[in-house]
Design a protein around this ligand. Sequence first.
Ligand SMILES: Nc1nc2c(c(=O)[nH]1)N[C@H]1C(S)=C(S)[C@@H](COP(=O)(O)OP(=O)(O)OC[C@H]3O[C@@H](n4cnc5c(=O)[nH]c(N)nc54)[C@H](O)[C@@H]3O)O[C@H]1N2
Ligand SMILES: Nc1nc2c(c(=O)[nH]1)N[C@H]1C(S)=C(S)[C@@H](COP(=O)(O)OP(=O)(O)OC[C@H]3O[C@@H](n4cnc5c(=O)[nH]c(N)nc54)[C@H](O)[C@@H]3O)O[C@H]1N2
Ligand code: SF4
Ligand code: SF4
Ligand SMILES: [Mo]
Length: 888
Amino acid sequence: MLHLTIDGVPHTAQAGDTLLHVLLAARRDIPHLCHDDRVRPSGGCRMCVVEIEGEPRPVSSCTTIVTEGMAVRTATPAIEALRHTNLSLLAARYPAEAVAAEPERPFHRLLARYGVAAGGAPWLERYADDSHPRLGVAMDRCISCNRCVRICDELQGQFVWQVWQRGERTHVGSALGGSLRDSGCVSCGACADTCPTGAIFDRGGAPASATQWTRSTCVYCGVGCQMDVGSRDGKVVTVRPAQHPVNHGHLCVKGRYAFEYNHAPDRITTPMLRDGDGWRAVSWDEALDHTAAALRRIRDQHGADAIGVLGSARATNEENYLVQKFARMVIGTNNVDCCARVCHTPSAKALKAMLGTGAATNGFDDIEQAHCFLLCGCNPTENHPIVGARIKQAVLKGAALIVVDPRRTELAEYAQIHLAVRPGANVLLFNAMAAAIIEEGLVNAGFVARRVDGLDDFAAFLRAYAPEAVSAQCGVDAADIRAAARLYASSAPAMCFHGLGMTEHTQGTEGVMALINLALLTGNLGRAGSGINPLRGQNNVQGSAQMGCEPATLTGSQPIAQARTVFESIWGGTLPTTDGLDLMQMLDGAAAGKVKALWAFGYDVYMSLANQHASAQALGQLDCVIVQDLFLNETARAFGTVFFPAASVFERDGTFMNSDRRVQRVRAAVPPPGDARPDWWIIQQLAQRMGHGQGFSFDGPQAIWDEVRVVWPAGSGLSYRRLESESLHWPCPQRDDDAHPGTPILHGDSFAGATRARLAQIPYVATPEQCDPDYPFTLVTGRGLYHFNAGTMTYRGANAQLEASDLLDMAPADATRLGLTDGTRVRVRSRYGEVELPLRISPRVKPGELFTTFHRPDLHVNRLTSPHRDRLAHTPEYKVTAVCVTPA
Ligand SMILES: Nc1nc2c(c(=O)[nH]1)N[C@H]1C(S)=C(S)[C@@H](COP(=O)(O)OP(=O)(O)OC[C@H]3O[C@@H](n4cnc5c(=O)[nH]c(N)nc54)[C@H](O)[C@@H]3O)O[C@H]1N2
Ligand SMILES: Nc1nc2c(c(=O)[nH]1)N[C@H]1C(S)=C(S)[C@@H](COP(=O)(O)OP(=O)(O)OC[C@H]3O[C@@H](n4cnc5c(=O)[nH]c(N)nc54)[C@H](O)[C@@H]3O)O[C@H]1N2
Ligand code: SF4
Ligand code: SF4
Ligand SMILES: [Mo]
């Protein structure tokens, strides 16, 4: 603790604090222009100057570290005069009309505060750039505070801006010299967010246009960034990043900008019933009564197990809890699942089987503590961009990076080692890394002795998997496999993140198990900066499964057999006794005529499931398909018989669970349009009309959540009251003092339910989906930065301008060989279907391999994907399809 005086008044500070921080904390209104907490101080604008006793000249408080006994004066006449002079210099050639038009910009407010008028001819011809649909550039307003340069470098890591020239001619411009569109910019908006003048600005709406602000959680990916939603007249007009442990005042292009869908003209705002080829708008009473009668009829005729219910990774924990309770208590079936099935169920299954808890072991807070990252089959700079940016910054500061991905992703360019594994060969590769770790004596012997079983048998099993033996099948040099094994094993703490390149294979669960072996061998578990961390998909996919939208587990991942009595007593009824079907089995059941009804809320099943032809055959057999969504998605369009219009996340309250097990609040910022209603309201109404008023009469999300806390002991400490001000990871059980700190790191000194874990012997079994002369290419499908999954939301806004279509990425050598040029429309054909789309020649993919995204509903890329599934979790093999390519 240090002591200082501020304008004669004693204060204290922590060692290492900057003087500006201390002054602002002491509520001194120190003017500043070049300072932003998110970047390193530069001391450039000289507005935060103060006098320090004993110093000959005023100093910039943002670059001064407080020392013991400092005596500071903040607003002497001399200091105020100096600030006035500095401001006048900046204003001398500044456009006065900008000040008049936007008086609320920080620089403009300072001009008003010091009575300085802007005006005069500009210093030099400054460029304006309207190439970017999200960001505008008007550099006649640039005051050279360089906040944009620093935030793009230090927070995002894109290095788009550069200071050009010196002295009077100093100005900021794109580092590559071209337009912003061609600059490598990823449209995160950080530069516009920090700019104090509006020289870089949001084209979609300035923060000042908002009259109300609401703290909430991003609606897109599982990172769970916190944001402030600005609204006006019942509409979302802007979104700004919040300072929070997950996102550190940063958002990506989707969270920050892609909210237009909320007010899209084709939002469905009335309930509808199928009427021939079209739809008939009806009242809620009619829609609910019709649906209740249809479900009752099907249950009476075919039994409860003829009905399937899907929770939603886009909806809240409260809603997912309610819908699985609905399936089990109202319908009487365990046929309940969610889209975790097609995504990270293999991760959850593998983690649960080997470590006891089916969730990420560590939190994002650890990223800055890891000495090494092992990224396997994930592409965080596009798909979890805030995590991607944090990893990139950690690597720029010296952490080691290994990327395992067939494609040269953006982060692969920063990696010491990029293992461009052949798609589908993960098990071989990780077995080979384990073999190398053992053979080269890199096992963490202490950790293994204390906590791991089965090393000797495992070592014997791995003899067939030496790097040299499997290198050809992996498509990676044995020396590189060994180098990666050495780097990972010798850089503790080493943190692993993985994605769908691991799970969406016939060996998905097994691939993750083979990866967990590496963490067990090297002791990279249970400590900060280590662990096995699946990067979960949507905003609440972790929560929808955790709440019980899984056939075999109830809320809190509790197996039905184990938890039956507790749930029956709390729910006041009998749980179904038949085994439930998972999503894929429901589809099989529909195709076989056994499943007759499906309720999918917040899930475009038809668009997103693999092997469109088979999905169509199955869905087409159903008597009743209830779709509950914001839009007439592809499932509704082709197969829906009932449509319930849902309120969006901006329009309701509740909680989400992010990728690193945090439970976070979602808050209504605007009212729902027309007759759209929150998902929880719709579920309760339907339950009531089916005679289950009891158990479905909550007066809102908080009451539902309080019941979740009763049935799920590991979440019982997560009250709405605590979530208001704390960011907590489960397990967080209720304690008498109501202060359990949450559990950011799992498996500290034991594994859930056991002290020791066992190494898993995973033999490699190749997928039946193989290339041959007719289908010579391996197609990998995945995602891109600008669009989200089914495309329903991001295509309804300017992100459509940033990426207009799914594209087929092909290696330059293959394109040359086939005589195809960039932009050509090509026909891609698999054994299951075909799609036409534009070609992009890309050095990111290897010869013989192709990549495309699946975001555009009209292209419906899942026409191509195969019927093969993960042997253990049934996840479709989205990552490997044999195809051929011809000009369209
Ligand atoms: N912008 C954006 N962000 C998203 C989404 C989105 O649609 N758009 N969707 C969200 C959802 S639902 C999810 S689940 C996550 C998914 O996030 P990711 O897991 O990052 O997604 P993918 O792009 O499907 O696949 C990741 C990588 O796996 C690689 N890969 C393919 N086959 C193999 C293999 O055999 N081995 C290895 N090691 N790698 C392989 C691919 O080349 C690809 O780079 O993203 C979430 N975030
Ligand atoms: N080829 C290929 N296909 C894939 C994948 C792949 O890698 N390759 N990945 C798979 C993966 S990992 C996933 S998770 C799936 C994702 O597939 P989906 O879950 O179908 O996709 P999303 O776009 O996330 O959202 C589904 C729907 O939720 C709606 N929605 C949004 N918010 C709300 C809300 O608050 N309430 C309600 N009721 N509805 C809402 C949206 O309008 C949208 O129609 O796709 C899978 N499909
Ligand atoms: S939007 Fe983000 S990536 Fe683009 S220039 Fe600004 S800070 Fe850099
Ligand atoms: S990283 Fe994910 S949670 Fe964060 S703003 Fe982007 S989409 Fe939203
Ligand atoms: Mo996903």
